[in-house]
Design a protein around this ligand. Structure first.
Ligand code: 3H9
Length: 690
């Protein structure tokens, strides 16, 4: 317990005041922390025996930012600006001692200190853009005064922190401290400053270097694609521009205005919601407190195809050895070759060191021997998507793999309980549904069968963090959470073609909404012939007809679109004619279809399906569904996922429009019971399930 308030301690020793914050988990700038800082600095400044002040944090990190959970609530406690003014205006040196992460408001506080000392492992950054915000406590005005306009632009618009060593090179950090001796080093540094009578370095008094109009114009142009749809990057750029062109106080005012604009907007509300939703998804309700995690030291992967190879890479990269099993030597060699090629491509782009490639490959044991899976702690099956094959594989795994191991299936649609029933240990069986490319996509759907043991679930959730995935628990149903909700969207997209739209109309509406690709661009990319066979094709669907013409997608340079040499998609007159003929054959009178109808028909049934998932208890929470869509299907994060977006549209409106389409298009559009209930009671899908 601190002697200033519950989270702040002040000790004076040998003329140096040490202010310690201790507000777990991340020392965020809550009202109590601001009050504590304010009072502690007032006392230390008034104390004639104090010649310098060190600010340090207890626990795992320096201040990790403003307290995001306070946003949108009535403000209490000391104002952060007053605290910063007190610190910066102190008549004696103030030194920030940084470990862990100095992020957002945390770095902004450190920038009002006269000096900064950090351990080498510390990270410093302004990640507000990831919350749809900008650094609103002077960060956009002070950072460029130290690191220059170009570097500041990069840091505030990417939100990516820099390490302490890079910080030292840029002038953000004044001295590095030993990893286990931060406090002593910071105190010694403060004493040195006093002894040498060094000036009180105020960042606000420096000039911004390199903030030319050309820099901003070029930066905007170079990043236009990346920032498409987001409000926050442009507001961040405007702030750095203000820093380069206005006096400090005017720049601060501009920063404040732009910050308030973002803060009251729906994009930041969505992105802040996603921040907490992601952390919430990792929590399993009603998990027995005594659930011990199983140890996973060695993983087995069955199948060296695209999925098996991608899955394997996750573990190899995280330092976990993998035994990969195939049935044929050439398939095994091909799979291993692709894994190596992927790593080497990363190394060529500078994303990993060549020795790390060898280290990862060194953890891989390729084999044709099924028996080699016997001593694995977790085996993930990634074989052909067919129930009989999966059952056979699980029966063999049951007979081969040691007791206590976790047996996982990567199925995307099949019933995990039926697969588990092929073993005598269904409690050890779980779904681990990776998304392609499995080494890149962040989402992992963890499918819980009725018999899956709680410790199996907890172990897989924990392991997913280790391999850099965002895991969401799903119940057993066709397509689990994500693919189940995708299917009504695909159905409507196809129907719209018949009724009057063209593939490029549907794709344009969905990309303007913020999806990186529309459904037809996605089909062309994936290949139209997945699950199609020339032998059985009857030319019944548009897809059949395209494949029969060898228009199988990007790989054949033709699918729903034509493709030029640079893979640019061009609307195809052949496809247009084919769609018109097809509609005529089916006796459909095509009509003009508005963009609004395309959007509503593609997305409202998807939201409705999400409500059914919740109603049936196949997801714990509405926010889990949003995490699935953001990380597995690239739903625009600034719209918060389909449940959050549905709430912003208004559930009453969605129910009304679904009923409207139900009148003309049938019961595919019938609103779910839960959706109707929430619409009537004023409830929210995003808040459903807590
Ligand atoms: C800002 O600063 C605005 C200013 O510019 C302007 C002000 C006027 N607030 O991630 P973890 C919680 S905006 C409240 O699992 P890790 C988190 O919810 C802010 N709570 O740990 C979780 O709670 P629980 C700019 C926060 O070790 C627990 O702490 N700063 C905050 O993997 C542990 O978190 C940021 O955007 C917060 N600021 O990662 C930084 N941060 O256990 C956001 C965390 O109940 N934070 N919590 O689920 C992070 O990036 C990571 O949390 C961090 C630690 C890297 C710090």
């Amino acid at each position: 317990m601190g002697n200033v308030n519950t989270v702040t301690d002040l000790q004076v020793e040998d003329g140096i005041a040490v202010v310690t914050l201790d507000s777990p988990p991340v020392n965020a700038l809550s009202a109590a922390v601001r009050d504590g800082l304010d009072a502690a600095f007032a006392r230390a400044i008034d104390d004639a025996l104090v010649s310098a002040i060190v600010l340090i944090c207890a626990g795992r990190t320096f201040i990790a930012g403003a307290d995001i959970s306070e946003f949108g609530k009535a403000m209490t406690g000391a104002s952060l600006f007053d605290v910063q003014n007190r610190m910066e205006g102190a008549p004696k040196p103030v030194v920030a001692a940084i470990h862990g992460t100095a992020l957002g408001g945390g770095l902004e506080v450190a920038l009002t200190c006269h000096y900064r000392v950090a351990v080498p492992s510390a990270k410093l950054g302004l990640p507000e853009v990831k919350l749809g915000l900008l650094p609103g406590a002077g960060g956009t005005q002070r950072l460029p005064r130290i690191v220059g306009a170009a570097k500041a632009l990069e840091m505030v618009t990417s939100g990516t922190p820099v390490g302490a060593k890079a910080g030292l090179d840029m002038g953000l950090v004044d001295e590095l401290a030993p990893e286990d001796g931060l406090k002593a080093a910071a105190v010694a540094f403060a004493k040195k400053i006093v002894a040498e009578k060094r000036p009180l370095k105020k960042v606000r008094d420096l000039d911004v270097k390199g903030g030319t109009p050309e820099l901003f114009a070029e930066f905007r142009k170079a990043n236009a694609r990346k920032f498409r749809g987001f409000d926050a990057p442009e507001a961040n750029i405007k702030c750095i521009e203000a820093a380069a062109t206005l006096p400090f106080e005017d720049g601060l005012k501009r920063e404040r205005e732009l910050f308030m604009g973002l803060m009251s907007g729906v994009q930041s509300a969505a992105q802040r919601y996603v921040f907490f939703a992601e952390r919430q998804a990792a929590k399993i309700p009603n998990l027995p407190k005594d659930a011990q995690l199983r140890t996973i030291k060695k993983v087995g992967v069955l199948g060296a195809g695209t999925m098996g190879g991608g899955i394997t890479m996750n573990f190899l990269s995280a330092g976990i050895p993998v035994t990969i099993v195939e049935v044929k030597e050439d398939a095994l060699q091909r799979g291993v070759g692709i894994i190596r090629k992927n790593y080497e491509a990363s190394a060529a782009k500078g994303r990993m060191k060549p020795e790390a490639v060898e280290a990862a490959m060194g953890r891989l044991t390729p084999t044709l021997d099924f028996g080699a899976l016997a001593d694995c702690d977790l085996v993930i099956e990634a074989v052909f998507e067919n129930m009989d094959i999966k059952k056979d594989v699980f029966a063999r795994l049951d007979a081969t793999v040691k007791q206590g191991a976790i047996l996982a299936t990567n199925t995307s649609y099949l019933n995990v309980e039926e697969i588990a029933a092929a073993t005598k240990r269904p409690h050890d069986v779980v779904g681990m549904h990776f998304f392609s490319p499995a080494n890149v996509m962040r989402l992992l759907e963890v499918v819980r069968g009725d018999k899956t043991a709680p410790d199996v679930l907890a172990t897989v959730m924990e392991l997913s963090k280790k391999i850099g995935k965002v895991a969401v628990v799903a119940g057993v149903c066709h397509g689990f959470i994500g693919n189940r909700m995708l299917s009504p969207r695909q159905r409507e997209a196809q129907k719209l073609l018949l009724e009057g739209a063209m593939p490029w109309d549907v794709d344009r509406v969905l990309t303007e909404f913020g999806m990186p690709m529309g459904p037809f661009q996605m089909s062309d990319l994936a290949g139209l012939d997945i699950g199609w066979s020339a032998a059985t094709s009857k030319g019944e669907t548009l897809r059949d007809r395209l494949c029969e013409m060898d228009r199988r997608g990007q790989k054949t340079k033709a699918g729903f679109y034509d493709y030029d040499e640079t893979r640019k998609a061009i609307p195809s007159p052949v496809v247009e004619k084919m769609i018109l003929d097809y509609a005529a054959e089916k006796g459909v009178n095509r009509r003009p279809i508005s963009d609004e109808e395309i959007l509503e028909r593609c997305l409202y049934p998807l939201v409705n399906e999400g409500a059914k998932v919740l109603e049936e208890g196949k997801a714990y929470r509405g926010s889990d569904i949003d995490i699935v869509w953001i990380n597995g299907y690239s739903w625009p994060v600034y719209r918060g996922g389909p449940m959050f977006w549905g709430d912003t549209v208004g559930l009453k409106t969605i129910v009304e429009r679904l009923r409207h389409y139900q009148n003309t298009g049938g019961d595919d559009f019938a609103p779910s019971k839960l959706l109707v209930e929430l619409a009537e009671s004023g409830g929210k899908l995003s808040g459903y399930g807590g």
